[in-house]
Design a protein around this ligand. Sequence first.
Ligand code: MRU
Length: 373
Amino acid sequence: MLTALAEPVKFTEDRLLILDQTQLPGRAEYVELTTKEDVWDAIYRLRVRGAPAIGVAAAYGAYVSLRGSAETDPEGFYAEFLLVKEYLNSSRPTAVNLSWALERLDRRLTAEKDGPDGERNRAADERGKSGAAAVERMKETMRAEAEAIRREDEAACRAMGEHGLTLLRPGMGILTHCNAGTLATAKYGTALSPLYVGHEKGYDFQVFADETRPLLQGARLTAWELSRAGIQVTLICDNMASIVMKNGWIDAVVVGCDRMAANGDGANKIGTSGVAILAKEYGIPFYMFVPSSTIDLATPTGDDITIELRRGEEISEMWYERPMAPAGINTYNPAFDVTDAKYITAVVTEKGIAYPPYGESLPKLFEQGGHGR
Ligand code: MRU
């Protein structure tokens, strides 16, 4: 039942709580974030992770770190916001949802402060009477926008689940990489959403979850959330994807995305591009689930996407009882890679399914009205 789905970001009684994903699957523990440093650290250390969940956490995070501001001038408060925005934006570079969510807050605050199209607005009108009241209104605008981002993401994920399910059939073997589930979003997930929607309808998928080295999002998170929802899941090491495909056990690959360029190249967890190339070789459809909040039409191709590089110790030491590599060994630890559009059979969005050529089909989705753009 879907009641079992975990919520990675909760906002209740004006408190921002995140499920600390670094403790899963051993402990399911919520921690409160109150300062911008808390939020930056939680995103950087992957206590909250997955592109849409990062966007939701950053939006609430900007609000909670500024709600106690003593500033009474709207321009001064906006200047404080810009500092927080820049700081949180620096926590992780690849997932576009982070900057996208903060830009949304920026646009709303600017409109509240200056009024649309140069009209005088409420905040400006009130400044004469009480700057403090105008700033309070700006804080309320931030909270409401963060809530809208969370709500819209949940709806988008549900819609991607419904669209994605049309590509799947009961009994299919499905391979997934990393965690693109409820833990990575407001709810339902992106690539895992059709599995939850199908599960509600009685579909019996056989899911294979890549462990996803080096941070084990597949082993720790995907295996945890699917099995606790009652979906059959088998854990494999990343280098086993080829054998399960060759065995004929995989009918479709479903993955998420951290940033999709205008030409359909999609950055996702390191290892995704290799899975896509294997799928092509074995004639297996490869579906990327990408809410419009993750489509970045301002980035022309995958070559223009910044790939996050992380500490080498994540490869050489983490998860081992003793370091498993020679001390001081050189490491290369990119967190993401880009899957070229030519390997992506279809892009599933909340607005529908896009097919190649993506340079034409993706902009058409935005013509139907963007997701907060
Ligand atoms: O480093 P992570 O765990 O944040 O990476 C997450 C992924 O690569 C997901 O597949 C991606 O964010 C899409 S999930 C909805």
